[in-house]
Design a protein around this ligand. Structure first.
Ligand SMILES: [Zn+2]
Length: 481
């Protein structure tokens, strides 16, 4: 594999290219879904191939193949070069110039204790069956779905700048949902996705069986819960819930390609434009959003990104002020940055790397505080757990979020369960209303395996962690589930 990667670069060096790189990538996937007491999906899959990028006279060419041998490498290298030459003739005034990056010759492996692919499929299915069995014993639970996913990505990256990077990345995830019917209503409650770059030891630590009865009971309780009125209330949000709010209202708007208008598809633009950098108050002084692709277990913790840039840690928002973006080698120079933040990722060998959200998290508070202590200071509010539906506008400003579990807060205490709650706000107003955080003991690295972006659409994974946080005076109301 390594020799072929180096061979491809030898072919392209001395052909007048500005730059070229190759990724030879093998993915192994396992995906299981069990519905009630029978397996619904048992997918074991492997993809293997390579993609070559060529930058010629300021324009890109890209070609890929799933046949990995010398002859094919020659063919695809020539094709990528031809495409780059053609696009350079059509490029107009805009020239792609890449931010410089030191040469890296390195290896990176996700540290794991148990290789998830070494655990028999039967054992995984049995665990999922047992979860469903436990949930289905609870009254009014009519359906149970449980899921597990594992990925292993082995990749060789080589560039005409002489970088040579070998990586092996493992990702493990599990989740499940109980469906309840009764009292003229249907409700769900989930043990929500908790993916990490880790081995099967992560699955063992999740407490999947231990929580199954509680999750099912909560689904049932939602049938009998009250619906909220339209009201301006304080909110206390849990890390699983906040991961989505952060992803949509901070992660996507600070992807620099989107900010600059290169990525206008799928709720594409952003309000967080470069003239605001260093000045714009994104949130209250308690708000620190840290991008960290070196985060232990982080879904974007891969050692290097897909254009050979070393994973880094930096601030996106510091003490409430917008101070940074996620960038690639192509977009970083457009705002005068000398180095890429290493946020170029492709979802497979056949995809061109694009600007993706890094591991991006809300930092925990410096002062010791428990979730109960955040709630104690709320006279009238709602406590929300887990992710639900959402919508956000093109500029990533006006949004609406649901959730998975809701409780009324009255005079500093969690009281009655609610259902079908939504809240609405505007990104900077929302983060400026944050006035309380729990400390690091309650911080969780939640994240996403299927963040969609680009055309053709690509799927990426990243961690969006958070502590519990309190927000003042947010518009809440009744939503459809
Ligand atoms: Zn996304």
């Amino acid at each position: 594999m390594k020799e072929l990667a180096l061979y491809a670069m030898e072919i392209l060096k001395g052909r007048g290219v500005d730059y070229a790189d190759i990724r030879i990538t093998r993915y192994n996937y396992e995906s299981f879904i069990v519905q009630d007491l029978s397996p619904k999906l048992v997918n074991v899959e492997e993809t293997y191939g390579f993609g070559i990028r060529v930058l010629y006279d300021g324009a890109w060419g890209f070609a890929s193949s799933s046949r990995v041998d010398k002859k094919e490498i020659e063919k695809i290298a020539e094709r990528a070069l031809d495409i780059a030459k053609s696009s350079s003739m059509a490029r107009g005034d805009f020239r792609v110039k890449l931010a410089s990056e030191p040469v890296h010759v390195d290896k990176y492996l996700t540290p794991i204790e148990i290789d998830p692919f070494s655990i028999p499929v039967e054992e995984k299915l049995n665990l999922l069956l047992k979860i469903n069995e436990t949930m289905l014993k609870v009254k009014e639970i009519v359906k149970a779905i449980s899921r597990m996913q594992f990925r292993r990505r082995e990749q060789i990256f080589a560039s005409t700048e002489d970088s040579l990077i070998e990586t092996i990345i493992y990702t493990s995830n599990a989740s499940y949902t109980a469906f309840a019917v009764g009292n003229n209503d249907t409700q769900t409650r989930s043990f929500q996705d908790y993916p990490l770059n880790a081995g099967y030891e992560h699955i063992k630590k999740l407490g999947l069986i231990e929580n199954a009865e509680r999750i099912a009971e909560e689904a049932r309780m939602k049938l009998y819960a009250e619906e909220p009125d339209e009201e301006v209330l304080d909110l206390v949000l849990d890390p699983a819930h906040l991961s989505l709010t952060i992803h949509e209202s901070v992660g996507h708007p600070t992807e620099l390609d989107r900010v600059l208008g290169y990525e206008a598809n799928f709720a594409g633009r952003s309000f967080a434009t470069p003239e605001k950098l260093g000045k714009f108050r994104y949130g209250s002084p308690l708000v620190n959003f840290i991008a960290d692709n070196t985060l232990s277990g982080g879904l974007a913790t891969t050692g290097y990104d897909d254009e050979g840039v070393e994973c880094q840690k930096w601030y996106i928002v510091k003490e409430g002020i917008l101070v940074g973006y996620s960038t690639t080698r192509e977009v970083a120079p457009l705002i005068g940055e000398v180095r890429s933040r290493g946020s170029a990722r492709a979802d497979n060998f056949y995809s061109f790397p694009i600007n993706r959200i890094p591991n991006l998290y809300l930092a925990p508070g410096n002062e010791k505080a428990t979730p109960e202590e955040l709630i104690q200071d709320v006279k009238r509010g709602i406590y929300i757990e887990g992710r639900g539906s959402y919508s956000i506008d093109q500029m990533r400003l006006n949004f609406q979020f649901g959730g998975d579990l809701f409780y009324r807060i009255e005079n500093g205490k969690k009281t009655k369960m609610l259902k079908n709650v939504i809240y609405q706000s505007i990104t900077p107003e929302f983060w400026n209303s944050l006035d309380g955080l729990t400390d690091e003991r309650f911080w969780e690295p939640r994240g996403f395996l299927t963040c969609g972006k680009g055309e053709p659409i690509q799927s990426a994974q990243m961690t969006n962690g958070a502590p519990y946080a309190r927000f003042r005076k947010i518009r809440t109301g009744r939503g459809r589930r």
